[in-house]
Design a binder for this molecule. Structure first.
Ligand code: GLY
Length: 565
């Protein structure tokens, strides 16, 4: 999957009678992974393979998602640990459901717990950063509602890998090295006693984690939220200065929510409702794109990226109104209301970047302000089965190796999701997001997220799944991949690997992949945008081809794997 710029002229030289689609040039050569009866794509080839094996042995998409997720917890703990949380969309028997298994603030959490704390990084690093994890309960609830194969069978591949080990890859090594800037990891699972990260090619075994997974295999959520594993989590967090209690763990519940849905570009798009901002902003962006006839511009051209950036700026203005739904004062539907979208669109021109009268768009909350460099601490996987059932799941620890806390007895890496709250009002969080008061810390509350697991149907049939890690960059990455998937004829891998841009209202900068054509960057600047080269975010997607086969892509910006049958 190398990046190669094709010459547009070689395509333009073609017969003029061909359809308009042929006048487009892809920016990369890439080939998707194909499946006839089922397909899994994720950021890890062991995880995708485990999911595929479950599908091939009679499991459905929910079963395969459980096996895939548990392997990610072993092989990629830096974003897949069972100490994290997430959101997923599941399509089962023709109906799409949204599951919120995100972390919740501990019951002793208070709005001023970080402002009054002497350590400015307390919401990012150490025990106080840890929110009640949701992954195990989420996978269990998914399986209880929709699974076919026994739960015990689905945990087996992860336990095998934890016990017999796997080889440290380049990305795993790099992530270990990166974490040293934030935490002292000496003597922990992946680091030597001197604090050196394991080298590429080393086999890593996790017998302590395997024991926790065995407990979960035998007892379901009881093996994690109660008993020795729960005590290990609470004692470790306490030792590291945190406030999580046994009651927080035993009382943790997931929430089935109604997905947001909208007809756009002749398709039905389903995405994640609050406490994610992802679905609301995605549906706003797609509508703006359609109304602006963004598809009339050549894909990956400067003219198109200019309009994309203008759409993103406006959509991200709306993020200030989104939080845990219990705290929201407006509904997502008010934000992506067609009349409001038409007003936004009327402020955009093809010639230049424009400044709308932002005040006139104010609903009633404080203004949220975003961003900094991409952080790759979340992950996404997609599963489709032979019956058109599907799971599109985004799971996270928030930061790379989360809070940097690993439980003493079972070696479980814990999240730092508390930093997704407005931990210190007026100050940016680790994503550079300065968020509104709606998202303040409160006991039991869910922090605002950008995760955007998405499912697309056409004429009532499943046609696509997509999602991404990358904090606020998730939303715009899903938007661009979905937009090009709905409006061009390139294969899904060419679309996923193509360069993307990101604008999140503030800072007022168009971030772009380093591979974006310099001519395009120049044109953006001519139109009045400030630009900065910075990898945007990874995307994982599956799409149905015209011949009925499934094509899948994992992002070449990182490691990953696809497995179909
Ligand atoms: N932790 C990143 C997000 O949920 O947006």
């Amino acid at each position: 999957m190398r990046f190669e710029f094709k010459r547009t002229s070689s395509v333009l030289a073609l017969n003029l009678t061909v359809a308009a689609f042929s006048l487009m040039a892809a920016t990369v050569e890439a080939a998707p992974t194909i499946g006839r009866s089922g397909l899994v794509v994720s950021a890890d080839h062991w995880a995708s393979e485990a999911g595929k094996q479950v599908l091939a042995s009679g499991g459905n998409a929910a079963d395969a998602a459980v096996a895939t997720a548990l392997v990610l917890a072993v092989t990629r703990p830096y974003f897949g640990s069972i100490g994290g949380g997430g959101f997923l969309l599941v399509r089962m028997n023709g109906k799409v459901h949204a599951l919120d298994y995100r972390e919740r603030a501990p019951s002793a959490a208070r709005p001023d717990m970080y402002t009054s704390h002497p350590n400015k990084k307390a919401s990012e690093i150490g025990g106080l950063a840890v929110a009640t994890p949701g992954v195990v309960r989420g996978l269990w609830d998914l399986h209880q509602k929709f699974g076919k194969l026994p739960w015990t069978r689905l945990a087996e591949p992860a336990i095998r890998l934890a016990e017999s080990g796997y080889v440290v890859s380049g990305e795993i090594h790099d992530r270990l090295k990166e974490s040293l800037a934030d935490f002292d990891q000496s003597g922990k699972t992946f680091w030597s006693r001197e604090g050196k990260p394991l080298e590429v090619g080393t086999t890593v075994r996790q017998p302590k984690l395997a024991a926790a997974l065995r407990a979960i295999q035998k007892q379901g959520p009881g093996g994690f939220y109660k008993g020795p594993v729960a005590r290990d989590i609470v004692e470790t967090v306490k030792k590291e200065g945190g406030i999580l209690t046994l009651a927080d763990l035993s009382e943790y519940r997931t929430l089935w929510r109604d997905p947001l849905e909208l007809n756009v570009y002749g398709h039905r798009v389903y995405s994640m409702p609050p406490p994610s901002s992802g679905g609301t902003l995605l549906l706003s962006e797609l509508q703006m794109a359609e109304k602006l006839k963004l598809h009339d511009e050549k894909p990956w051209s400067g003219a198109q990226f200019h309009l994309l950036a203008e759409i993103m700026r406006r959509a991200f203005f709306e993020r200030q109104y989104i939080a845990d739904p219990r705290a929201m004062t407006v509904t997502p539907a008010q934000i992506f209301d067609p009349a409001r979208i038409a007003r936004w669109v009327s402020t955009v021109t093809r010639d230049r970047r424009t400044e709308p009268d932002w005040k006139s768009f104010d609903l009633d909350a404080l203004r949220a302000q975003p961003a900094k460099e991409e952080r790759l601490e979340t992950t996404h996987y997609c599963v489709v089965d032979r019956d058109g059932n599907a799971v599109s799941a985004t799971t996270t620890l928030n930061g790379n190796y989360g809070s940097g806390v690993w439980t003493s007895r079972f070696g479980i890496n814990l999240n730092n999701e508390m930093d997704d709250f407005t931990a210190r009002p007026g100050e940016p969080n680790m994503f550079g997001l300065t968020q509104s008061a709606l998202n303040k810390v409160e006991p039991g509350k869910t922090p605002l997220s950008s995760m955007t697991p998405t499912i697309v149907e056409k004429d009532g049939a499943l046609v696509m799944l997509v999602g991404s890690p990358g904090g606020p960059r998730i939303i715009n990455s899903v938007f661009q991949v979905l937009f090009w998937a709905l409006t061009t004829k390139f294969d899904i891998d060419e679309i996923v690997q193509a360069p993307r841009v990101h604008h999140q209202f503030l800072p007022d900068i168009v971030f772009h992949d380093r591979t974006l054509n310099p001519e395009v960057v120049r044109l953006l600047e001519e139109k009045g945008h400030k630009t900065k080269a910075e990898t945007v975010a990874r995307v994982y997607a599956i799409r149905k081809r015209a011949d009925g086969l499934w094509e899948g892509a994992f992002d070449a910006r990182g490691e990953g794997g696809g497995s179909g049958y």
